[in-house]
Ligand binder design. Structure first.
Ligand SMILES: [Zn+2]
Ligand SMILES: [Zn+2]
Ligand SMILES: [Zn+2]
Ligand SMILES: [Zn+2]
Length: 362
């Protein structure tokens, strides 16, 4: 999903703002929802180069701080629809806050773009109205005594909160080591937290029984008790036989969010491999899940070996147990049929009910 072609034929990437070959402007089109090039038509306006679009567009107002590369209709509000999901952003008087915010927006855009192309969750009218999706990116503050008030990354009632410090590589790596995690990334946070959102607003509404069968009944175990127990005892020794991570053993909802993270990782790897003609993996809603996982893990093994050649971390585990593949298969079965995952949805319409209010500055 993150690679496309400029009008000149050059390959372009998700976070590009300009084509290195022809200098055309590059970004996401808010109208046709493609990663594309734009041809300048006047001082401030550009034309989308996608044949089925061709709309006159201008920069999203977050572009100036290099936070966003989307292009929007001149008559629309000043922010693109991806930026509008952010309800609170950090104070931009400090340069490092802008840089960290920009990294979080990139990961958020990547997540929303992927879900939209997957038609997942499918648009279901106003079902999301109960929990409109919002993101808040918060920097830790200090109280009157100078003590730092921590920001907890998490999801509650449609609001995804991410600690701005997660965009600091040193902080993130230190936390990863403390928690003994194989990976800790911004896109991983996004994919995990959206798992909680989709869980509550979609999956528990349309497939509660099957959900309980696959992950366990989320209402049967108190979340607080499960959390206390996990931090006291840790995961059982044999967790890898049935779970994607040690953390997933804590509670059915964490299992679901961790599995969602891995599903979206796998789809992303498969799509990239397809775009580079390395493989032809079916990522459509009709794909056989066992074959999809096997084919994608074959790619992951090769990349992990490349990483090992350079002393980098493996991409993914080499194997996933069948019980985990079955959980992934359940999530896969809940995708809509409005897109095959390889091109923008036929009806680009975002599924989340979102707020139109001006974002607040922390
Ligand atoms: Zn170009
Ligand atoms: Zn367009
Ligand atoms: Zn934007
Ligand atoms: Zn979680």
């Amino acid at each position: 999903m993150k690679i496309s072609e400029c009008q000149c034929g050059n390959r372009i990437f998700f976070n590009n703002i300009q084509c290195l070959a022809c200098e055309r402007t590059i970004g996401l089109c808010d109208c046709c929802h493609s990663l594309t090039s734009f041809t300048k038509s006047s001082d401030n306006t550009y034309q989308c180069d996608q044949k089925n679009c061709g709309k006159e567009v201008v920069f999203c107002s977050n572009r100036t701080a290099a936070i966003c590369n989307s292009m929007i209709l001149p008559e629309s509000t000043q922010l693109c629809h991806w930026c509008e999901f952010t309800s609170v952003h950090p104070d931009t008087s400090q340069l490092e806050n802008i840089q960290r915010w920009a990294e979080l927006e990139r990961a958020k855009r990547q997540l929303l773009f992927q879900l939209e192309w997957l038609d997942f969750p499918p648009y279901l009218g106003e079902t999301g109205a109960e929990f409109p999706l919002e993101f808040q990116f918060l920097a830790p503050q200090t109280d009157d005594t100078g003590k730092q008030i921590p920001v907890y990354t998490g999801h509650a009632n449609g609001v995804i909160t991410i600690n701005l410090m997660e965009a600091d590589r040193v902080f993130r790596e230190r936390t990863r080591l403390e928690l003994n995690e194989p990976q800790r990334t911004l896109i991983g946070h996004m994919r995990h937290e959206i798992g909680h959102y989709i869980d509550i607003f979609y999956i528990q509404k349309v497939a509660a029984e099957k959900y309980a069968e696959v992950f366990g009944d989320p209402n049967a175990v108190s979340y607080g008790d499960a959390k206390d127990l996990y931090y006291k005892q840790g995961a059982p020794d044999n967790w890898a036989e049935n779970y994607v991570s040690a953390y997933a053993t804590m509670h059915p909802m964490e299992d679901m969010a961790e599995t969602m993270n891995v599903y979206l990782d796998l789809i992303s790897i498969a799509r990239t491999a397809n775009v580079f003609h390395y493989s032809k993996i079916d990522i459509s809603p009709r794909a056989n899940i066992d074959k999809f996982v096997q084919d994608t893990l074959k790619v992951a093994v090769v990349v992990s070996e490349f990483n090992s050649d350079l002393g980098l971390m493996p991409l993914l585990p080499e194997q996933l147990p069948q019980s985990v593949v079955d959980k992934i298969g359940f999530i896969h079965s809940l995708r809509g049929s409005n897109s095959n995952g390889d091109s923008p949805p036929t009806r680009p319409r975002f599924f989340f009910h979102r707020k139109k209010a001006e974002p607040q500055v922390q």
